[in-house]
Design a binder for this molecule. Structure first.
Ligand SMILES: Cc1cc2nc3c(=O)[nH]c(=O)nc-3n(C[C@H](O)[C@H](O)[C@H](O)COP(=O)(O)OP(=O)(O)OC[C@H]3O[C@@H](n4cnc5c(N)ncnc54)[C@H](O)[C@@H]3O)c2cc1C
Length: 447
């Protein structure tokens, strides 16, 4: 019997947009085969993309039940797992044995399928590249239910478009990913306060060989303080460098108390005054904090995961994230213009993140050599108008947009920014994928 579709309210992590749609959650490959040919479907992992990329145009396939880890080779660090496996579960199973994902986004609550489809990046893109760099192969199901194994060597076109293809090349069933050997669960973190954008960028360039680097940026600071940031680098701590207390059990870290946001905060809770005060406080705390600290993996990579359901603090109307990448040569000018516009609008977010990217790898992958800026805003008419202005600045500086964060980009802007979008669309049309696999986002963006 074919697994049933149920109509549920669908949204991404930003809870904007929201709309009801049919969703089915196949339990295995055979059930998935029954559903894959519906037309206008897209796979959904753990729903951590911010906007509408995991909302099917006609129906959505929830892959979270395909969550088995299938094999692990301790000689190569290659894990074979189903697409619905959550990255946090990989860490829970493998960190105690000395392995960690090579690339991780800022939340561990993503599925492997979602991480591959968005070709997610971490704080180490400048040295290691994106998630796809460590994917050995993927098994992709097409609309007829046929499964193709794609890698850099075999069916390489399918591989290249699937990594970063936002679920629009078929359903990723399972994948082989390479993990990183580590000696401990600890990170040596160094924090460099940078009082201006130029100094923040100089700190990134000086840290170009650091494994991890990321900056929290005060997007409401203006004038001489525009772009002031706390630039944080990190290295996996070798066991021998741990203090006596941790050396005996290098993978043991303290248990965490998790907070949660049990209700939608009133929209007013995050206004320009609270956000500005938060930013100023965070900056001053950063100035006083010790420059070097030993931080457990969870606090270092996933500070936001400590507050379950933090997306509800933006209230019922939800929030949107703006994330662009700018080429190196125009990064300083582009970032200055983006931050000036944001500060002038007084619409800043308290979650503003700056990262340095290395070169693009996969066909439709987001990163490009340069800088990426991510800003969160409550979804309302004023911030949506501001985002249109930030789009224009990004276009003027040769930048591009991250589809995993997008909920509202106009198709014309995407296609002007990124010639690859037309190539992706043509490939989909020629391969007959456009009718089979479609999301609300792919329809909006004419992909
Ligand atoms: C707090 C937070 C921090 C984040 N930080 C980062 C970051 O630092 N770097 C970064 O790159 N991203 C970041 N993200 C975005 C997130 O990593 C991506 O959106 C990721 O794709 C989410 O994975 P998911 O399993 O939740 O996928 P979903 O949100 O469910 O889906 C995302 C996309 O993947 C496709 N997809 C999912 N599963 C499959 C499958 N089995 N087969 C084919 N396609 C599939 C969907 O169709 C959709 O297009 C962050 C998100 C949050 C909420």
């Amino acid at each position: 019997m074919r697994p049933a579709f149920r109509t549920v309210e669908l949204a991404g992590w930003g809870r904007y947009p929201r709309r009801p749609g049919p969703v089915a959650a196949p339990r295995d490959e055979a059930e998935l085969r029954e559903l894959a040919g519906q037309g206008g479907v897209v796979a959904r992992g753990n729903g951590r993309a911010y906007g509408d990329s995991a909302m099917g145009a006609a129906a959505t396939l929830d892959l979270r039940r395909l969550d088995r880890m299938l094999s692990f080779d301790a000689a190569t660090g290659v894990l074979v797992a189903e697409a619905g496996v959550i990255l946090g579960d990989v860490i829970a199973a493998f960190l105690p044995r000395g392995w960690f994902p090579y690339v991780t986004p800022g939340t561990k609550f993503v599925s492997l399928g979602g991480a591959i489809a968005a070709d997610v990046h971490g704080k180490n893109h400048h040295v290691d590249g994106a998630f796809g760099t460590f994917v050995e192969w993927v098994d992709v199901m097409d609309a007829a239910g046929a499964v193709t194994r794609a890698s850099r060597e075999a069916n390489s076109e399918l591989f290249e478009w699937t990594v970063g293809g936002m679920g629009l090349t078929g359903v990723i069933l399972r994948a082989a990913i390479r993990l990183r050997p580590v000696e401990s669960a600890w990170i040596v973190q160094e924090t460099v306060p940078a009082p201006s954008l130029a100094e923040a960028m100089a700190a990134f360039e000086a840290a170009d060989d650091a494994t991890y680097s990321v900056a929290w940026i005060d997007c409401l600071a203006s004038g001489a303080s525009l772009g002031r940031s706390l630039v944080m680098t990190g290295e996996h701590a070798p066991a021998l460098e741990l203090d006596h207390e941790h050396r005996g059990q290098p993978f043991r870290t303290p248990a965490k108390r998790r907070l949660s946001v049990p209700f939608d905060a009133p929209g007013i809770a995050l206004n320009r005054f609270t956000v500005k005060a938060f930013n100023a406080l965070y900056w001053r705390r950063g100035l006083r904090a010790p420059r070097e600290a030993l931080v457990d993996w969870d606090s270092y990579f996933y500070p936001l995961d400590a507050i379950l359901g933090w997306n509800r603090i933006y209230g019922r109307r939800g929030f949107v994230q703006f994330q662009c990448a700018l080429p190196l040569e125009s990064s300083e000018a582009g970032l200055t213009a983006l931050l000036t516009e944001t500060a002038a609008a007084g619409q800043g977010s308290f979650l503003a993140v700056l990262k340095r990217f290395g070169a693009q790898q996969s066909r439709f992958s987001f990163p490009m050599a340069g800088y990426t800026l991510a800003l969160d805003f409550p979804a309302n008419a004023r911030t949506l108008a501001l985002l249109d202005r930030l789009d224009a600045i990004t276009l003027d500086h040769g930048g591009r947009f991250y589809l995993a964060k997008d909920a509202r980009l106009p198709a014309a802007v995407l296609h002007r920014a990124d010639a690859r979008a037309a190539a992706f669309r043509d490939m989909r049309r020629d391969a007959g994928l456009d009718r089979a696999f479609a999301s609300a986002q792919s329809e909006r963006l004419l992909l």
